[in-house]
Design a protein around this ligand. Structure first.
Ligand SMILES: *Cc1c(COP(=O)(O)O)cnc(C)c1O
Length: 369
């Protein structure tokens, strides 16, 4: 079930298990006490783990607690691939995937996301990137930096590729609960009974507390593909350097249960409002092509770089925008996606309005039709 460092009586250890995986029919699964599987805390329930000691017959480790989602990714990549092998990551995508993979000698190959299709995966391209050394596919839905969230149908297409090539999926779900009003998030592991999935998340983004360093890996493995090697390796790795924060572990029940329902809803509403405002304003600026996000906290904006002859690429464009206007955005190259830039939408609305004006002034000055 769970490996919880602080799993003693009195300081209840917790584990988090995806609700759909939490059926007593799952072989060997010991479910003790579920108290938080209501909508509003989507995707998982927390189960008290007083009975989940190693040695208990049928023990299955379903959750590994980690020091944030970054640590979860580090552990997963370390376990799933050997040096010289590779994994597939999205382009544009969160830069940590490559940083972690390369740091342990694992190569990355990138599959394209399509800006004119709400950043859906180019499925043919994804498939073409798979070779004999490919060990897993990372999917980040909703996406940083794109702010996209995939439809059920599209996730099924991705799962089909993984199933066909017998590749597990690593699902970075840190923005799972962060979708704009009217949009819907589907949990990848809930859509397959074949593809083994290691999902990872943390409280960092959802509760705006990245410094608290608390995350987890959930093992979705209905067919026991991970049983022989991966589960054991994850346990051993989580024991090598114990990274979980016991203080937060003690508080996690309250964090997940007692946070007012409208806390997240009101933030999402504000971010969605910023997104709509920003999108409207960016559409008016000659030379820019924003892509409207549906989730997470970001928007990607394309730069028609040939219309800005003063700048060679997005990095020069952004550097100048910082020095001219004090507007700081990340150039697309940070996500291996040149001639775009990423805007963060979690700022007060007045700052978004001001930033729009400054970006417009900046573009007007350098645009050549
Ligand atoms: C911020 C972020 C992470 C890292 O989260 P921590 O819990 O702070 O380590 C991982 N993946 C994505 C997509 C992120 O945006």
């Amino acid at each position: 079930m769970v490996y919880a460092y602080n799993n003693k009586p009195g300081v209840p250890g917790f584990m988090m298990v995806c609700a759909y995986n939490n059926k007593l029919s799952v072989p060997g699964f010991i479910m003790i006490y579920a108290y938080n599987n209501k909508p509003g805390v989507p995707g998982f329930i927390i189960v008290c783990a007083y009975n989940n000691k190693p040695g208990v017959p049928g023990f299955i480790m379903d959750v590994v607690l980690t020091s944030g989602c970054s640590d979860a990714l580090h552990q997963i990549i370390s376990v799933l691939a050997n040096p010289g092998q590779n994994c597939l990551i999205p382009k544009p995508g969160f830069s940590l995937y490559e940083t972690v993979a390369r740091s342990i000698g694992v190569d990355v190959k990138r599959y394209e996301l399509l800006p004119n299709k709400d950043w859906e995966v180019n499925i043919e391209h994804m498939e073409s990137q798979i070779d004999d050394n490919t060990t897993f596919i990372i999917v980040n839905d909703p996406s940083n930096p794109c702010g996209s969230v995939y439809s059920r149908e599209h996730l099924l297409q991705i799962l089909k590729v993984a199933e066909k090539h017998k590749l597990p999926i690593v699902s970075d779900e840190i923005y799972a609960s962060f979708v704009f009003p009217g949009e819907r998030y589907y949990n990848l592991a809930g859509l397959t009974s074949e593809v083994p999935i290691l999902s990872c998340s943390s409280i960092s983004k959802r509760y705006f507390c990245p410094g608290w360093r608390f995350g987890w890996i959930i093992i979705h493995d209905r067919n026991n593909v991970f049983e022989k090697e991966v589960r054991g390796a994850l346990v051993r790795l989580s024991q090598r350097v114990v990274r979980t924060n016991s203080l937060i572990q003690s508080a996690i029940k309250s964090i997940l249960e007692d946070t007012p329902q409208d806390f997240l809803a009101s933030i999402i509403e504000a971010v969605a409002k910023n997104a709509h405002h920003m999108y409207r304003e960016m559409c008016k600026i000659p030379g820019l092509q924003p892509v409207m996000p549906r989730a997470a906290m970001y928007m990607m904006i394309g730069i028609e770089i040939d219309k800005f002859p003063d700048f060679k690429d997005d990095i020069e464009f952004i550097k100048k925008m910082i020095s001219d206007q004090s507007v700081l955005c990340l150039p697309g190259q940070c996500f291996k996606y040149p001639n775009f830039f990423r805007v963060v939408l979690t700022v007060p609305q007045s700052d978004i309005t001001e930033a729009c004006t400054r970006i417009a002034d900046f573009c007007k000055k350098y645009y050549v039709a």
